[in-house]
Design a binder for this molecule. Structure first.
Ligand SMILES: NC(=O)c1ccc[n+]([C@@H]2O[C@H](COP(=O)([O-])OP(=O)(O)OC[C@H]3O[C@@H](n4cnc5c(N)ncnc54)[C@H](OP(=O)(O)O)[C@@H]3O)[C@@H](O)[C@H]2O)c1
Length: 280
């Protein structure tokens, strides 16, 4: 039976707290796994222009027969499409592939801007929203200074989320405080630290108290936090179903603190020529 995932609200956004990540999932894998995800109750799907799977996602959604309004779709504009006119054209291409007339959330994928800085691209992002191509807009992989600059330019309450790497091995304390101050949801990518958390003995020990696995504990820990969403990815039907079975238990304060104590500043995603100077 499909589970109902609770929503997370901030700056006008109402987004399921758990989403389905699709980076590195080929069109063939999407075709196999997305029906399982939708049947299990995932309604929030995270993709990006650069993942090259938007068309497969669009097909799978159409085949599911689910009403569009029940789904929350995120895509991200690739850095090579940041010139204002091209940004809007690229979003239209994404919408065509996704077989929809709007996405729920549109993000700038990485903070890579030319000599004119980020403002023209932010302006185009705002235009995409006012043209109805996206219900909400946000940023991804921006460091604190870039986040402050984007929020200042767009105005308070305009950006809804920042999608960044966040998991039990990467604490992100300073950025989390900044996002909370601006009421931005932190969407945690690589929430399982690219499967490294699957083998963590502390998470298994904690999970044994609740009848849960280490990855389930890792995901639960994230979504229990204020204005934090998580978007794990998997190509396995078993993992897909297990990762959403996290809404029938709650971690004790002591367990939450133990998991926070696992932080070791492990940052896995820092692609050359894309990643900014991180804050920690
Ligand atoms: N904005 C950005 O720049 C950015 C960057 C990276 C990622 N993201 C988004 O975040 C999503 C998630 O990140 P990610 O896919 O890199 O990392 P992740 O979700 O932390 O880890 C995925 C890995 O964990 C394994 N896994 C998942 N569930 C499991 C379970 N229950 N038990 C054991 N293993 C499990 C998967 O293998 P199996 O397939 O075998 O289950 C896969 O190898 C991406 O798909 C993408 O949508 C965004």
């Amino acid at each position: 039976m499909a589970l109902e995932v609770p929503g997370i609200a901030a700056n006008g956004l109402d987004m399921p707290a758990l989403g389905f990540g699709t980076w590195q999932l080929t069109p063939e894998t999407i075709e196999a796994i997305l029906p399982v995800a939708l049947e299990s109750g995932y309604r929030h799907i995270d993709t990006a222009q650069i993942y090259r799977n938007e068309a497969a996602i669009g097909r799978a959604i159409e085949d599911s027969g689910l009403p569009r309004r029940d789904l929350f779709l995120t895509t991200k504009v690739w850095v090579e499409r940041y010139e204002p006119e091209d940004l809007l054209a690229s979003v239209q291409e994404s919408l065509d592939k996704l077989r929809t007339d709007h996405v729920d959330l549109l993000l700038l994928h990485w903070p890579v801007f030319g000599g004119r800085g980020m403002n023209p691209t932010l302006e185009a992002l705002l235009r995409a929203r006012s043209a109805g191509l996206a219900r909400h807009i946000g940023i991804s992989n921006f460091n604190i200074a870039q986040t402050e600059q984007a929020v200042a330019f767009c105005g308070p309450g305009t950006l809804s989320t920042s999608q960044v790497e966040y998991h039990a091995y990467l604490g992100q304390e300073r950025l989390r405080r900044v996002l909370a101050r601006h009421n931005l949801v932190l969407t945690a990518y690589m929430p399982l630290a690219k499967a490294r958390l699957v083998n963590d003995p502390v998470l298994w020990e904690i999970g044994s108290k609740y009848g849960k696995t280490a990855p389930q504990v890792a995901l639960r820990w994230l979504i229990e936090q204020d204005r934090v969403a998580a978007i794990p990815s998997t190509s396995s039907p078993h993992h897909c179903r297990a990762n959403i079975e996290i809404f029938n238990f709650a971690l004790s304060l002591e367990d939450q603190q133990r998991i926070a104590g696992l932080n070791r500043g492990l940052r896995l995603c820092q692609p050359q020529d894309l990643a900014p100077e991180w804050d920690d």
